[in-house]
Ligand binder design. Structure first.
Ligand SMILES: [Mg+2]
Ligand SMILES: [Zn+2]
Length: 235
């Protein structure tokens, strides 16, 4: 699939991008079968809470295991179907899945690409932004690796590091670097996906007060349009 890497700049809606391994499900190196899939405690419930707000939840996952020949794109489909089933048991769903099957040193030749979709590059994010009408500047990306944080930064989105998966290791590296350079650690770090969603929902409620209702009828829209600064007092 050709991916348009231009950042979507038009008006759009917010979204929550989720890394998969180590963020939604327990990290096992190169997860290639549904049998290996275990949800991180609280992850499904957290996704359900996002679903209730109507904010799109989009998975963006590097799957170089395909490039290395450990598993195939069909296996990824099976895994995502199974993940959907596990999430559905908790009333949760993913709006869209994006995965990068590539690697510059792939064993499987057709995946040997220095592509634009492998995080920290933003190909998956910008493709999703265009297809799901998402504004990246209003989006969050939650993940357990530096490549997730960098992808968020590169896309102009807000990154959140979770301490699940490789997250604690990532946090320690960031702390060591901050100490070495004397720079402040500005990364937003929380325990897990549930905590990240708490934070996102708290800030969303703050910036969009429930008391201001959108106009009910399209025909009267232009007469009743609330002032932008009334709806988004912090922007
Ligand atoms: Mg991960
Ligand atoms: Zn790729």
């Amino acid at each position: 699939m050709a991916i348009d890497t231009k950042i979507w700049t038009g008006p759009g809606r917010p979204a929550v991008f989720l890394d998969r391994d180590g963020t939604i499900n327990e990290e096992v190196k190169y997860l290639g079968s549904p049998h290996q899939l275990r949800l991180i405690p609280g992850a499904a419930e957290a996704i359900a809470r996002l679903n209730q707000t109507g904010i799109p939840v989009i998975v963006v996952t590097n799957q170089s295991g395909i490039a290395h020949g450990y598993y195939t794109e069909d296996d990824i489909q099976d895994i995502h179907n199974y993940l959907d089933k596990l999430l559905a048991d908790h009333g949760a769903s993913i709006n869209a899945y994006y995965y990068c099957p590539h690697h510059p040193e792939a064993i499987v030749k057709k995946y040997m690409v220095d592509c634009e979709c492998r995080k920290p590059r933003i190909g998956m994010l910008s493709a999703a932004a265009a297809q799901e009408n998402v504004s990246l500047s209003q989006a969050y990306l939650i993940g357990d690796k530096r490549s997730d944080l960098r992808a968020a930064l590169n896309a102009g989105a807000r990154g959140i590091l979770v301490r699940t998966g490789y997250g604690r290791q990532t946090e320690e590296e960031l702390l060591r670097e901050a100490e070495a350079t004397g720079a402040a650690l500005v990364t937003n770090i929380v325990d897990d996906l549930a905590a990240a969603v708490d934070q996102i929902l708290a800030s969303t409620q703050q910036s969009q007060p429930q008391s201001v209702q959108p106009p009910k009828f399209v025909s009267t829209y232009r007469f009743h349009r609330p002032a932008t600064d009334q709806r988004y007092p912090h922007q």
